[in-house]
Design a protein around this ligand. Structure first.
Ligand SMILES: NC(=O)c1ccc[n+]([C@@H]2O[C@H](COP(=O)([O-])OP(=O)(O)OC[C@H]3O[C@@H](n4cnc5c(N)ncnc54)[C@H](OP(=O)(O)O)[C@@H]3O)[C@@H](O)[C@H]2O)c1
Length: 169
């Protein structure tokens, strides 16, 4: 039985992924920034699927220690992590970049750029240690409209270094 960690899975695409993996018999770790949102998602998923295969853990991906704690909780509870999905992200309403509040820029960079980098670092380190695993990164409007080409360059770099490409996937 595979174990899947999905960052930002309290709603949206991440929540849909959690449901789809549960339907296919996988263990799933659901996460988001707040305990309340995580508990709500886990409660709903546990009603529709078996609660033994769903673990909830709050994690703000812009904080490295919280991302590491997410990996550790998944590993402790399920014994291994087969797939890590860096899904957490923020998109802004389409608007001129220079009109964005600096707080909004900080939160987008924190979730989309730092979150992807921290998640990749933690997942690749853990997967190299356990000897297997696959990492998936999401890209989207938040990145393209606010972080532009330097973020794409980083994603390209990360993609080349996924454990899958090194024979672990
Ligand atoms: N929807 C699209 O059309 C589209 C297209 C291309 C790419 N994407 C990408 O797909 C991913 C998901 O998009 P979506 O439309 O499903 O977004 P969404 O509905 O807004 O959901 C975003 C998820 O990310 C979580 N999140 C936000 N900031 C976070 C942070 N700092 N730390 C941890 N979790 C955080 C949110 O949870 P909490 O609020 O509970 O923290 C929520 O679960 C994003 O990376 C987005 O860029 C989306």
């Amino acid at each position: 039985m595979k174990t899947i960690v999905i960052t930002g899975s309290t709603r949206g695409i991440g929540y849909g992924l959690a449901e789809a993996f549960l339907v296919r018999g996988c263990n799933v770790v659901v996460s988001g920034r707040t305990h309340e949102a995580v508990d709500q998602a886990v409660t709903t998923l546990a009603i529709q699927h078996t609660s033994e295969r769903v673990l909830g853990k709050s994690c703000d991906v812009s904080d490295f220690n919280q991302v590491q704690a997410l990996w550790d909780a998944a590993k402790d509870f399920f014994g291994q992590v087969d797939i890590w999905v860096n899904n957490a992200g923020l998109s802004s309403t389409l608007m001129d970049f220079w009109t964005l509040e600096t707080e909004r820029i900080d939160s987008v960079v924190g979730a989309n750029l730092l979150g992807t980098m921290y998640g990749s670092k933690v997942a690749i380190t853990g997967m190299l240690d356990q000897g297997f695993g696959a990492l998936y990164n999401y890209g989207g409007r938040g990145q393209y409209w606010t972080c532009a080409s330097w973020h794409d360059a980083l994603r390209e770099h990360q993609t080349r270094w996924t454990p899958s490409d090194r024979g672990f996937g």
